[in-house]
Design a protein around this ligand. Structure first.
Ligand code: MN
Length: 443
């Protein structure tokens, strides 16, 4: 892949002398960190460019992009090769999503899938580009680590990521997956919603009791942060938490690696920063998280404010779902039509949280809808890990309406037009009612 990155660099250098560069990236954490790495690298290279952040890449959007510019896509576009082949300009893609179409002649595709390369997130691919341009770009490695956890790539890391983690001087520590791991534990536990700890989440008193049980005392008047714990303290904290969870919900999913990176000259939890960047985008402020990634202090303050309001937003969205009468429930499914009451950008997160709540039994399908201007964002989730393939369910409901479904068997989504609201819900109900007995892992 590296040799292809070098070819892309030569080609970009040449093309940029006669044509403006247009960079388009995705609005999630991986896309924003990709954009930050890429744009800083271009800037240091002395290239002029424009940067655009998008929620998704629709064919109509691609069609109206100017042929007078060189098009560069980050963390997306591997699924849009056919339409990109219609463009009368050169296209560069730095991405990691699956490739299902043939690569057109005008497209240079830098994607680990093409080269049998170790899997990476978009930010990882962009970091390799930046480092190939100049070793001075090594200071962007922290952003690649944040993108990596943003896309949950940390479960299966190879040699290239080892090097990125080293470049970023990342502190990796095995332990409880609770963030921010840099916050004193009494507070971090009290505010922990994931993992949800019965009797502790939402209760400062409960948090203190748990710390007493785990034998973790205050030192110099304050509790340590998670990353400061000794192995022994970490072990007893995990045991205490597992004992609090109902026996059927005790899982080792709460254990993993913590990643601490230097940012603004402080050691920070990559997961916390990933959540903060994600929050800014979901609250329609991707430019703030981008500025934050590029080290702008004003943006950092603004991003922290947005992060707080995002969490409040989520809480009221969940309350809306609780109180709402706009729910259609049947055997094994619930459809929530939030219309304009929940932002389209957080409807997927809301559906995910609901699917983890104890209210619904295993195998229940949750489908949530929210307006996005003249469209409707649809998100489907399954409660637990066994049940029908939700991607297939959505696909069958929209196939006659011409919608396109993305995602996988446990979590999927699609975009439909507002005019199709009633007909879609009817179709969906038909599919959900039809063969609810077909359970088990379906691919
Ligand atoms: Mn990605």
């Amino acid at each position: 892949m590296l040799s292809h990155i070098k070819l892309a660099i030569e080609r970009l250098d040449l093309l940029s002398k006669t044509k403006p560069l247009r960079v388009v990236s995705h609005y999630d954490t991986d896309g924003i960190t990709s954009a930050a790495i890429f744009s800083r690298a271009l800037e240091r290279w002395g290239k002029r460019f424009t940067l655009h952040i998008v929620k998704g890449l629709e064919n109509d959007y691609i069609r109206q992009l100017p042929d007078s510019e060189v098009l560069i896509f980050l963390d997306l576009a591997s699924g849009s090769l056919d339409v990109l082949g219609e463009k009368k300009t050169e296209v560069f893609i730095f991405d990691h999503h699956e490739i299902v179409q043939t690569i057109p002649a005008n497209v240079a595709l830098i994607n680990p899938h093409c080269f049998g390369h170790e899997m990476m997130s978009g930010a990882g691919v962009c970091y390799l580009f930046a480092k190939a341009l100049s070793p001075d770009n090594k200071d962007l490695a922290s952003l690649a680590v944040i993108g990596m956890v943003g896309d949950s790539f940390e479960k299966d890391l190879g040699k290239v990521y080892d090097e990125i983690l080293r470049d970023a001087e990342t502190l990796v520590k095995k332990g409880l997956l609770l963030y921010p791991s840099t916050r004193p534990l009494d507070k971090a536990l009290e505010y922990s919603s994931n993992p949800y700890i019965p009797g502790v989440t939402g209760s400062y008193k409960g948090a203190i009791e748990l710390l007493r049980e785990a034998n973790i005392p205050r030192e110099d008047g304050r509790f340590k942060a998670l990353y400061e714990l000794t192995d022994e303290e970490m072990g007893s904290l995990i045991t205490a938490i597992l004992l609090r969870s109902p026996s059927d919900k005790r899982t080792t999913d709460i254990i993993g690696n913590l990643y601490l990176v230097k940012f603004f000259n402080k050691l920070e939890d990559a997961r916390e920063f990933s959540a903060l960047i994600n929050a800014c985008s979901r609250m329609d402020s991707p430019h703030v998280s981008l500025g934050f990634c590029l080290g702008n202090r004003k943006c950092k303050e603004e991003a922290e404010r947005i992060y707080i309001s995002y969490k409040q937003h989520l809480v009221s969205a969940l309350k809306y779902v609780d109180d709402s009468s706009e729910k259609i429930s049947g055997r094994n499914y619930t459809i929530i039509n939030a219309r304009n009451n929940i932002k389209d950008t957080i409807i997927g997160t809301v559906a995910s949280i609901i699917s983890h709540s104890p209210v619904y039994s295993e195998g229940t399908i949750i489908v949530a809808l929210a307006y996005n201007q003249d469209k409707i964002k649809v998100s489907a989730r399954i409660v637990g890990s066994e049940g029908r393939n939700v991607r297939d369910v959505l696909h069958r409901a929209v196939v006659s309406l011409g919608g396109e479904v993305g995602g996988h068997q446990n979590a999927a989504g699609c975009l439909i037009s507002r005019e199709q609201e009633t007909i879609f819900i009817n179709e969906l109900q038909k599919v959900l009612e039809l063969d609810p007995i077909k359970v088990g892992p379906v691919i």
